[in-house]
Design a protein around this ligand. Structure first.
Ligand SMILES: NC(=O)c1ccc[n+]([C@@H]2O[C@H](COP(=O)([O-])OP(=O)(O)OC[C@H]3O[C@@H](n4cnc5c(N)ncnc54)[C@H](OP(=O)(O)O)[C@@H]3O)[C@@H](O)[C@H]2O)c1
Length: 268
């Protein structure tokens, strides 16, 4: 891991889950906007490949930290990098995440707890680690990847994704006057490795028109955060769905209850 000071006038961005999908795109766009970057994920070979790509194409300084963010000892490496006063992080992207393939009652409680930790506790800890320095300097951005699912009552993944939405709304109102922007990105379906890791075919998940490209999603999120907005929902179709979902929450719950009864009713 390199430790030299950032040469970039924009500073240094730390991106978790930077080896694939939305996180890789954040790393690319921030690097090409002039940020030096710190890439975090578990797979060292993929981290090194991403670092080489960014050094070659964006000519910025790249550090890598190989860490499983649900492992306290490994996460500590990231927290201590976020607290650095000599080479400060000016932009944090809390992005690392995954879903679980089974239902809440059939998954082990440890698997559910690990997912909840990665999607809610880890961004909270990393935001806390970076915030003191950002407030002292009077500048910084903390962007956390939530999901449009955070507004729908659909399992523990949705409940965990509700956390960054609620927290970012409050934190942006509270800290923006002191120079620190908090923003949550709430995308719909994005073409990444997320669904393959779940073992689900994209076509079985949602119709073609619902899929977005990571490049577009990230560009919208960075623009929205630069304008100081607490929540970014990329694309008009998802802004519309978001409004509809808020109104339709009782109907969604009715549908969930009916589908569950139909699946579990003993055959007569
Ligand atoms: N794709 C969608 O449709 C969609 C929609 C809404 C929200 N999101 C959210 O977007 C975020 C990014 O997902 P994606 O779609 O880009 O998925 P992805 O392509 O599977 O990327 C996930 C990234 O997270 C890293 N990661 C996973 N577990 C980790 C851990 N324990 N510690 C450190 N890094 C870890 C992975 O790298 P390693 O495996 O090397 O660790 C990878 O870089 C997630 O928070 C997801 O919930 C996705």
């Amino acid at each position: 891991m390199a430790t030299r000071s950032s040469r970039s006038p924009t500073g240094t961005a730390l991106v978790t889950g930077a080896t694939s999908g939305i996180g890789a795109e954040f790393a690319r766009q921030l690097a090409h906007a002039g940020y030096d970057v710190v890439l975090v994920a578990r797979n060292s070979a993929r981290l090194e490949a991403m670092a080489t790509e960014l050094r070659d194409t964006a000519r910025i300084t790249v550090e890598v930290i190989s860490a499983d963010l649900t492992n306290a000892t490994e996460r500590e490496l990231v927290e201590s990098r976020l607290k650095s006063a000599t080479n400060p992080i000016t932009y944090l992207v809390n992005n690392a995440g995954y879903g679980l393939p089974q239902e809440f009652d059939t998954n082990s409680v440890d698997d559910e707890a690990r997912m909840l930790e990665l999607l809610a506790t880890v961004p909270m800890r990393l935001s806390h680690a970076v915030l003191g320095g950002m407030l002292a300097r009077g500048a910084g951005t903390v962007l956390t990847v939530a999901s449009i699912a955070g507004e729908a009552p659909l399992g523990l993944y949705s409940a965990a994704k509700a956390w960054p939405l609620s927290f970012s709304r409050w934190a942006n109102a509270h800290y923006r006057g002191r120079g620190v922007t908090f923003a949550a990105l709430a995308p719909g379906f994005v073409r990444t490795e997320f669904h393959a890791r779940l073992g689900i075919e994209r076509e079985a998940m949602a119709p073609k028109w619902m899929w977005l490209e990571a490049e577009f999603v990230v560009r919208s999120a960075l623009r929205s955060a630069a304008r100081g907005r607490a929540v970014s929902i990329p694309s008009v179709r998802y802004k519309f769905l978001w409004a509809l979902m808020k109104l339709a929450q009782p109907l969604i719950l009715l549908f969930v209850a009916r589908a569950s009864r139909a699946a579990h009713e003993p055959a007569s």
